[in-house]
Design a protein around this ligand. Structure first.
Ligand code: ADP
Ligand code: ZN
Length: 758
């Protein structure tokens, strides 16, 4: 009799099941098992042994789901690493890696079968039969060459490609014809060409793969600087090292990625490109889909679990020469022949899953996968995380730099506008300094566009009674409620609780409530009043609740149907808007003053990223930062665009205080509705941790969010010094938490462990 350890999507260690003879099951297979008396789960076979476990009733594996294992050995190692490093169970890893198989029901299984998998397709174009001879093609030219030169040029291009492949009647891949989709569509409508979707031939990526003709793609020509950077990355890869591509905004990092991707795809290898958020990177995704048509798959949480499951299954069964563009969870996709992993905007906090286990960082996971399977790794950013920058300084990564914008592009001029001085001189109107208003006026007069960045959504971040100072707070989260104009209610930004704005102070009964601070909604109102003829739009969490709403706003701005775009940090992300010449950062103070050791790094990243949206084409951009601390070192670094100065100063400070990257931070969040029970459990845990870590344990303290959704929250922070191996630290934490788990009185207390917490 054989026994299998099976990982189930539960926060538990693997369970043992027996393997009936006749059922050929191997490691990595997805299988169905019965759990409890009536629940059925899909699980993953982790290991197989002959040793009989010593509990009495062992249930059999009921069936095997697919013809091939879902997990290869690299993926198995990755799951193990995530579970071990981030202190969670394999079952919790399974939940993020295989969301479609994580429900305790059999329905998803019947739906997700091998037969339901649709292979990738790409579009092919053929000249219409009338044009499939040199003579008719020449005739067409004489007739229309003058009136429709563009049309003729495209037909010529298609003809040339067709001839190169055997004759005018041959279908050619759409991706090799360098014109936009509307143009192709109009040729089709006029009956000049026909198009069809064809299944993409898989590379037989086995031993030789020699019978495949390499794929060709239309690649951008690189500048000298881009070529040097590309060479630098290749050299790093040849030495087996990851490359950190530090390229200023608009330097053309994407074009370098495209060249690298093409090389790997043409060789029949898979490429994984990680992006922080799929909708926000839609411009980039559309571009990649054009170039690598039929070879590009996107993977993100907006897809249904079934769609994600289908992609997973398809890759597990056969892959080779595919580009996956996905969010953090796509590191768990089972590519068979992974050649390259790109982590775009590697500094982005979205790569870290913080809200639930596994609290993993996909950037670090990518580097780990690279180690495991020999895939090349590129981390790219205009503002690298200090962790990655330090790895570059220490020689673990190879540092590759692009210091200038592509083409004639110049980095924007950054101007600091002192709010306090403006107030003193009477040069402030509502929340704008005259400097900025003058800039906006000039921008509008020139027919250009402006972006205004304010890191708060809603109308007024809090409401205060001017008599007694009382501010209404969320009864479940204890944070101030934000006034929303559109709904005339105040809302909790953590749990969504909302209630009408009181006209009378609930505390002192005096009618003196006033709106404090300003959010994006208010900015829109004020700027519209100041520039009545400007078309103003807003991009934040409230206006982009759906993908289509988000895209509508972005497309309007792209087509210059909007003059001023007001937004939260969404507007800082990777956009390439051609008409933007002015960027206003309305309140840099609230970026600098968050109580977090990463505040300076984050503020620098945010400001540099939003500044990077200005003047990306032709016109030089201008960035105006409104702040009451013009002398703040971070403001000065943003003004001079000096990443290195910021990084070295911050690193020195981190070293002095023992913060990452000079230590590892483990945060233990403790949650409970009963405040006394919480306090008790937190103190007991901290005490036990101190016996192992001594002075490296800080807390417990109340979390920044003391209460959330009706639960009190406390946290303990462990600064694991570099002198203690992480392996030992994790063992200590696991042992302490194991002991706490056994305490009956803490049964109802939640402990969330976050390794390398952000
Ligand atoms: P980054 O990602 O580094 O901010 P992008 O890759 O978005 O920069 O490039 C900025 C702009 O410059 C884009 O509009 C891009 O199309 C253009 N660009 C960059 N490199 C090239 C190139 N080699 N050929 C043509 N256009 C380029
Ligand atoms: Zn709340």
């Amino acid at each position: 009799m054989l026994y299998a350890q099976v990982v189930l999507p539960l926060a538990q260690p693997p369970y043992t099941f027996s393997l009936d003879e006749g059922l050929a099951v191997s490691v990595g297979d997805a299988v169905v098992v019965q759990f409890g008396s009536s629940r059925y789960y899909t699980g993953i076979v982790w290991s197989i042994t002959e040793e009989k476990p010593d509990y009495p009733r062992i249930k059999p594996i009921l069936s095997k789901l697919y013809s091939k294992p879902l997990l290869n050995s690299t993926m198995q190692r990755l799951w193990e690493w995530v579970a071990d490093y981030y202190i969670c169970s394999l079952g919790e890893v399974m939940r993020v890696a295989l969301p479609s198989l994580s429900k305790p029901s059999a329905t998803s299984l019947t739906e997700l079968t091998e037969r339901s998998i649709t292979p990738p397709t790409e579009r092919y174009l053929t000249l219409c039969p009338d044009l499939q001879s040199e003579a008719t093609l020449a005739d067409y030219h004489t007739k229309y060459g003058r009136r429709a030169p563009r049309r003729c040029a495209t037909l010529d291009a298609i003809a040339a490609l067709a001839v190169a492949q055997g004759g005018l009647g041959v279908a050619v891949p759409r991706r090799l014809v360098d014109v936009e989709s509307e143009h192709i569509l109009s040729l089709e409508k006029q009956g000049l060409i026909t198009s069809e979707w064809r299944t993409v031939e898989r590379h037989s990526w086995g031993v030789d793969g020699a019978n495949n003709t390499p794929d060709t793609f239309l690649l951008p020509t690189l500048s000298a600087a881009q070529n040097t950077a590309l060479e630098g990355i290749r050299a790093a890869h040849e030495r087996g090292q990851a490359a950190l591509l530090h390229g200023v905004t608009g330097s053309g990092k994407t074009e370098i990625y495209i060249h690298l991707i093409a090389e790997h795809l043409a060789a029949g290898r898979d490429v994984l490109m990680l992006v922080p958020e799929i909708v926000i990177t839609s411009q980039l995704v559309e571009r990649l889909e054009r170039i690598f048509e039929g070879r590009t798959t996107t993977y993100h949480s907006r897809l249904t679990p079934l769609r994600r499951g289908e992609t997973f299954l398809r890759l597990a069964l056969a892959s080779g020469g595919e580009l996956i563009v996905g969010v953090r969870s796509s590191i768990f996709l089972p590519m068979q022949n992974l050649g390259l992993i790109i982590v775009d905007e590697e500094h982005d906090a979205n790569y870290k899953q913080s809200d639930m286990a596994p609290r993993y960082n996909a950037r670090d996971g990518a580097v780990y996968i690279g180690h495991m399977c020999g895939a090349r790794v590129v981390l790219g950013s205009a503002t690298p995380s200090l962790e990655s920058y330090m790895n570059a300084l220490s020689g673990k990564y190879v540092y590759v730099e692009l210091t200038e914008r592509w083409g004639d592009g110049v980095l924007p001029e950054v101007v600091v506008s002192d709010t306090i001085r403006a107030v003193k001189r009477g040069e402030r109107r509502t929340h704008f300094n005259l400097d900025l208003l003058n800039d906006i006026a000039r921008t509008l007069a020139q027919g250009d566009q402006a972006i205004l960045f304010q890191n708060r959504r809603g109308y007024a971040p809090y409401i205060q009674c001017r008599t007694c100072g009382y501010s209404p707070r969320c009864p479940r989260c204890n944070v101030t409620l934000t006034k929303h104009k559109s709904s005339s209610r105040m809302e909790c930004h953590y749990c969504g609780y909302n209630t009408p704005v009181p006209s009378v102070c609930p505390n002192c009964d005096i009618q003196d409530m006033s709106l404090m601070g300003f959010g994006t909604e208010k900015v829109v109102e004020e700027i519209s009043r100041l520039f009545p003829s400007a078309r103003v739009d807003r991009l934040d969490g409230d206006t982009s609740t759906s993908e289509s709403a988000f895209k509508r706003i972005v497309h309007r701005f792209e087509r210059c149907e909007t003059d001023i775009l007001v937004g939260t940090q969404i507007v800082t992300k990777g956009f390439d808007f051609k008409g933007v010449t002015t960027v206003g950062i309305l309140n840099a103070d609230n970026l600098l003053s968050t109580p977090d050791f990463r505040a300076s790094e984050r503020a620098f990243q945010l400001m540099m990223q939003v500044a990077g949206r200005a003047g990306r084409h032709n016109n030089r951009g201008r960035v105006m930062i409104q702040t009451s601390q013009p002398q703040h070192p971070v403001i000065r670094d943003v003004a001079t665009g000096d990443y290195r100065a910021m990084a070295l100063r911050e690193l020195a400070e981190r070293r002095a205080f023992g913060y990452p990257p000079y230590s590892r931070l483990v945060r233990i969040l403790i949650r409970q509705q009963d405040y006394n029970l919480l306090r008790h459990a937190a103190h007991r845990t901290a005490e036990m941790l101190r016996t192992r870590f001594g002075g490296a344990v800080m807390g417990p303290v109340a979390s920044a969010l003391e209460m959330l959704r009706g639960e009190y929250r406390a946290e303990i922070l462990i600064k694991v010094e570099t002198t203690m191996p992480m392996r030992d630290a994790r063992r200590h934490i696991r042992e302490v938490m194991g002991a706490i788990d056994k305490c009956k009185e803490y049964r109802a207390v939640h402990f969330d462990i976050d390794v390398d917490a952000l």
